[in-house]
Every structure is written in structure tokens, then in C-alpha cells.
Design a protein around this ligand. Structure first.
Ligand code: ADP
Ligand code: MG
Length: 384
């Protein structure tokens, strides 16, 4: 396989990962980690499959770097096991683990050339020069830095330095590459370009990548699966699609993109649906893939998560949920508009909803009648 052209990002989305990605490579089992009196990680259970691109996503201080340092062997868990292909590696020193870390600050040697930086790990292993040379050249070609061998880190841009750090990890052919906010220091445009580049590179070489970031969009664009960390606990693990459309909690529902969260109480069930009593009337939610909701008692306070793009204005009969009333207020915010509806029912209270501005056309204005609707399958009941 040849090098990847960093200037041609469109190809990345066309190529599908051919791997089944179901074989566990690394398993974290009941990991606890404290520093002094402070507990930082609480019972982390996480499986990283061979060949996948998994992202640990969380706010600053949620414990992401600590997870990477545990896997890299730079610190030990207070409790729990770290299994690599079934074998516990907790007592294996960092340099003997089949993983390499790419740090946010690149950690390049300033006095070594690009080639010297990339060769460093192989030299430390005692690799012969004639074996080393082509490996270094190949790694640099992979990260689109062919011809940069003789430059020093100070003569490179931030993005180029980041790619040297990546080449330095790749050249050692680790089974797992750990990346700690690798794009954090880059400006927005370069960041987006590097996201696609990294993803494309990962698909080509099929090495397992574990990336940590605080950037939701970055996680969605790059990952096969995302593990959301909230204050040292896993809030949800799933594909970007699952986290976006099937959030397990209000925290996740608020975390990715815009969402409507409608308060209510659980009402009666019917086949694969559950009714929810809200201030705006009774709404119907599909429970096809929500067994926890089907079993929850009537009267339980819940929230309904409903994406703005799922709301249709002047909906057809295939929409099980209808809301008719008068517009009390409109706030235009580009792609999304927020409107306050006074529903027509006598007891109904005003409801604020966000919807796609396009769905409403140009006709949203205060005092106007509106009829909105959405499918029961497009909403999700949140119990926590
Ligand atoms: N060596 C350490 N000693 C004491 N506290 C630490 C140490 N490393 C991390 N922490 C604490 O653990 C928490 C999680 O840190 P970290 O894993 O770096 O989070 P993140 O990478 O998500 O920002 C923070 O509150 C941090 O202050
Ligand atoms: Mg960190």
C-alpha cells in the first residue's frame, strides 16, 4: 500500500473497514484508580477490539489520560485487570507492552532530525541499519512526510510535527496505538483535515487505535465506537450512530448535537410503544429497543429525547405524535430554530421545541398557527 495523500480527504469516507472487528484485543476489567485520597476511575469495563478505532470521549479531568497511562504501563491500577489477548499485562513494564503512545505535545527530540526521531525506537531495540532505513522511509511516506528526513522539529509546522510523532509510533509496528488528544494543538481547519487523514491511515494499516479527546465532533467523525467517560465512570459505549440516536441517559442526549428534552411521566404501554403524559398532552414513544422502559412503572418521571431534525411541520398521517397550537415566540439560530408553542388543548401548557429551520420554511412567526409532528420511533425515553 502506498502513502496517503493528506490533501485528498474525500476518499476516507468511501472506503469501508473490511474487518469484522469482533475479536477482543485489550480488555479493561473493573479498573479502579485513585491518587492519594481521590478516586479518579470507578469500575471501568471496556473492550477494545482488534482493528477498531475506539475513542474515549470526556470533559477535561474525566480520567481519559489516566486510562491511556494505565494501558501504556506508565501507572498501575488500584484494582482490576488489563488483559491483552487474554493475558494480564498489569505487571508488564511499559517498554515491553505491544502499545505505543502519541502524546498531545508530540514529545519529539529537538536535537534529532525527522528521520532520527522516527528511527530512535528501532535503534533502541538494536535494529540493524539496513532494516531500519526502509522502515523509517515507509513510515514517513505513510504520514505524507516523504523528503522531510533531514529537517529538524523546529523547521516543521504543528501538523507535520504531529505526523512525525505518529510515524515514530507506527514504525515500531505496535498492536495498539494510543493517541492522547493528538489534534488538540492544531487550528480548526487542519484539525478536520487530520481527523480524516488519521481515520484513513488507520483503515489502511488496520492497527487498533485508541484515541482520547474532549471533542464530540472529532469522536463522531473518526470512531468505530465511542466510550463516553463522565467523571471517571463510563456513561455509554456505542457507535457514533447509537450514541446520537439512542442515548442511554440525559447526559448523553445533551452531549451530542441539539436535542429536545420533553419532561413527562410514563403512561400506559401498548405493543412496542409507551405513552408519556406531558404538559403538551399524551405522546407516543416506540420502545422497540428499550426494554428498560417497557418494564418501568406508570407514573415514573422521564424525559423524552427528540432530535430537532425529526420534527415535521404540517405532518402527514404516518406521524403518531401531533402538536397543534399557536406560536408564541420564535428564535432563529441558523439551521435550528427554537419556537414556543401554546398547544390548543385547554389544560396544555406552552412547550419549547427546537426544530430544523428548513422544516418550517419561511413561515414561522409569532401568533401564527402551527401543526408539528414526529414519529414514535424518532423519540427515546430517558429514565436517568
Ligand atoms: N499523577 C496524578 N496525581 C494526582 N492526581 C492526578 C494525577 N493524574 C491525574 N490526576 C487527577 O485525575 C483526574 C483525571 O485526570 P486525567 O486522566 O488527566 O483527565 P483527562 O485526561 O480526562 O483530562 C484529574 O482530577 C487529575 O487532577
Ligand atoms: Mg488528558
Amino acid at each position: 500500500m502506498g502513502a496517503i495523500d493528506i490533501t485528498a480527504p474525500a476518499a476516507a469516507n468511501q472506503r469501508q473497514a473490511p474487518l469484522s472487528m469482533s475479536r477482543p484485543l485489550l480488555v479493561l476489567e473493573g479498573i479502579e484508580k485513585g491518587f492519594g485520597g481521590a478516586q479518579v476511575l470507578h469500575g471501568i469495563d471496556l473492550t477494545i477490539n482488534d482493528g477498531e478505532f475506539l475513542t474515549v470521549l470526556g470533559a477535561s479531568g474525566s480520567g481519559k489520560t489516566t486510562v491511556l497511562r494505565l494501558i501504556g504501563g506508565f501507572t498501575e491500577p488500584s484494582a482490576g485487570r488489563i488483559l491483552f489477548e487474554g493475558a494480564d499485562i498489569v505487571s508488564v513494564p511499559a517498554y515491553r507492552r505491544p502499545v505505543n503512545t502519541v502524546f498531545q505535545d508530540y514529545a519529539l527530540f529537538p536535537h534529532l532530525t525527522v528521520a532520527g526521531n522516527v528511527a530512535y525506537g528501532l535503534e533502541a531495540r538494536g535494529t540493524a541499519r539496513d532494516v531500519l532505513r526502509p522502515k523509517v522511509a515507509e513510515a514517513l511516506e505513510r504520514v505524507a512526510l516523504k523528503g522531510f528526513d533531514a529537517r529538524y522539529p523546529s523547521q516543521l509546522s504543528g501538523g507535520q510535527r504531529q505526523r512525525v510523532a505518529l510515524a515514530r509510533a507506527l514504525v515500531l509496528e505496535p498492536r495498539l496505538i494510543l493517541l492522547d488528544e493528538p489534534l488538540g494543538a492544531l487550528d480548526a481547519a487542519l484539525r478536520r483535515q487530520m481527523q480524516v487523514f488519521l481515520k484513513q491511515l488507520q483503515r489502511e494499516i488496520r492497527t487498533t487505535f485508541l484515541l482520547v479527546t474532549h471533542d464530540q465532533e472529532e469522536a463522531i467523525v473518526m470512531s468505530d465506537r465511542i466510550c463516553v467517560l463522565d467523571a471517571g465512570r463510563i456513561a455509554q459505549i456505542g457507535t457514533p450512530h447509537e450514541l446520537y440516536y439512542r442515548p442511554a441517559s440525559e447526559y448523553i442526549a445533551r452531549f451530542f448535537g441539539d436535542n429536545n428534552l420533553i419532561e413527562g411521566r410514563l403512561g400506559p404501554s401498548a405493543a412496542a410503544v409507551r405513552f408519556v403524559e406531558t404538559a403538551a398532552g399524551r405522546l407516543m414513544v416506540s420502545t422497540k429497543d428499550q426494554s428498560d422502559v417497557a418494564e418501568a412503572p406508570t407514573g415514573t418521571p422521564v424525559k423524552i429525547a427528540l432530535r430537532p431534525e425529526a420534527i415535521q411541520v404540517a405532518p402527514g398521517s404516518e406521524f403518531e405524535n401531533h402538536l397543534s397550537g399557536t406560536i408564541r415566540d420564535v428564535t432563529f439560530a441558523g439551521a435550528i430554530s427554537q419556537i414556543v408553542i401554546q398547544p390548543s388543548g385547554e389544560t396544555a401548557r406552552p412547550l419549547t421545541i427546537k426544530l430544523a429551520s428548513r422544516a418550517a420554511g419561511l413561515g414561522l412567526s409569532r401568533g401564527q398557527p402551527i401543526s408539528a409532528g414526529w414519529r414514535s420511533a424518532d423519540c427515546r425515553i430517558l429514565l436517568r
